[in-house]
Design a protein around this ligand. Structure first.
Ligand SMILES: Cc1cc2nc3c(=O)[nH]c(=O)nc-3n(C[C@H](O)[C@H](O)[C@H](O)COP(=O)(O)O)c2cc1C
Length: 404
């Protein structure tokens, strides 16, 4: 390594340590307040009055800062030490699922088999096996492999629009899966039956009407998924920024935000809007452990602003990358195609073709708006580490807000 690069490398780590040192103090402060469930304004005023406490906290963290500085000067990476300072013990999503991080990997057709789900759960989040693209026997195999890998906290995503839902429920119950996320259908269908088996049930919604339906059905938590999200979505086009505060007002159970979340800063924003945790899809779809084809991942990395769009509102709305299939569907709609004609163009197995087999022109390339921010494939471990560092950096940036 050239000496200049080495010097800037160390300087960079030193800078990060100092920066993250202060954000860690902020995390602790916010942590104290969040556990007391204070409204944020009151909390901020309280923060002002707690300057004395803060000094104590600073004093407590100073030895760590010195330790990190020494590490940095020796060229060692000190930041992971601070990553562990984020404490979600009192978080309602973590408590509900018995996990360490309020991060759920969304169930995704042709993407989230047991390998991806197990990798996310092993990092302290909640991984979901996507049943939508599996026959019941295959789902059973994936559940058993996840368990054989020593993973206890995981779930299955059960889209209710597919024909195998009933058989999937039987597999889930027989194999004692602890958590089920239902989506794309009536939440009243299986919620009580699954809960009677001791299974935690969550439903994914994209509007207030379905949130109320799901709450009526007795779900344990909700995922509110905004317009930005990849895959099937609501017709209303309500963005995550608008949807989360709206649902928070009516939602007495833990609330997860989904749609457009790929960085730690966007995770923080979702928490600021009132969510208790996040469900991430697209960013996990391009991780190494995802079963999506490399062509699909590469197309995502090459995508730019405006390259995804929500289409097929006439059938089941879906956000995908624009390609030949997308153009055919749009052209047909412009020519006044009926539902039946659109169904005929779509045919069967398009998502498999695009996501699993990597046919970039004829396949349905489901992905969210955040595609433009995804530039390379990381392991789940590296991605989650990066996400947590960004949360800390985001907290540091919040320090710029002054209260009087
Ligand atoms: C390729 C792909 C497939 C998906 N398949 C499903 C699915 O089978 N069931 C479901 O409930 N959601 C599905 N989703 C939505 C995700 O679970 C998640 O809620 C969404 O991706 C979150 O938004 P984001 O893409 O902006 O992270 C899918 C998303 C993608 C990108």
């Amino acid at each position: 390594m050239n000496p200049y690069a080495d010097f800037t490398f160390k300087l960079n780590f030193l800078f990060r340590s100092v920066k993250i040192h202060f954000s860690a103090v902020t995390v602790s402060k916010l942590g104290l307040l969040r556990t007391k469930k204070m409204p944020i304004e009151l909390g901020q005023r309280k923060l002002q009055n707690q300057k004395a406490n803060c000094t104590c906290l600073n004093a407590a963290f100073s030895p760590l800062l010195i330790f990190c500085t020494v590490n940095c000067l020796l060229g060692l990476q000190a930041t992971p030490l601070y990553c562990n300072m984020l404490n979600f013990q009192e978080n309602s999503v973590c408590k509900l699922f018995g996990i360490k991080l309020p991060i759920v990997q969304g169930g995704m057709v042709w993407v989230s088999g047991w390998k991806l789900a197990a990798a996310v759960s092993a990092q302290g989040g909640l991984g979901l096996i996507g049943a939508g693209s599996m026959y019941p026997e295959l789902l059973e195999t994936h559940i058993q492999k996840c368990k054989a890998a020593g993973i206890e906290k995981f779930g299955v995503n059960l889209p209710l629009l597919y024909p195998h839902a009933e058989a999937h429920v039987e597999v889930i119950i027989r194999n004692r899966v602890p958590v089920v996320f239902t989506s794309a259908g009536n939440p009243a269908l299986y919620t009580q039956r699954l809960k009677a088996e001791g299974i935690t049930v969550v439903h994914v919604i994209a509007n207030e009407k379905f949130a109320l339906k799901a709450l009526d059905a007795g779900v344990d938590a909700l995922v509110a998924e905004g317009f930005e999200a990849g895959g099937h979505n609501g017709k209303e086009e309500t963005t995550t920024l608008v949807l989360i505060p709206q649902i928070r007002k009516i939602c007495p159970v833990p609330l997860l935000a989904a749609g457009g979340i790929a960085s730690g800063q966007s995770m923080l924003a979702a928490l600021a809007l009132g969510a208790d945790g996040v469900q991430i899809g697209s960013a996990f779809a391009v991780c190494e452990e995802s079963s999506a084809h490399t062509n699909y991942k590469e197309a995502v990395f090459q995508s730019k602003e405006g390259d995804t769009q929500l289409t097929l509102k006439e059938l089941t709305p879906v956000r995908m990358l624009k390609n030949e299939l997308f153009n055919q569907l749009e052209q047909a709609k412009q020519n006044g195609a009926s539902k039946e004609e659109l169904k005929a163009i779509l045919g069967k197995g398009r998502a498999r073709k695009g996501i699993l087999e990597g046919d970039l022109q004829e396949g349905e390339l489901e992905i969210g708006q955040v595609a433009m921010q995804l530039k390379n494939s990381l392991s789940v471990e590296a991605y989650i580490k990066k996400l947590l560092q960004e949360v800390e950096e985001g907290l540091f940036n919040l320090n710029k807000i002054q209260t009087t």
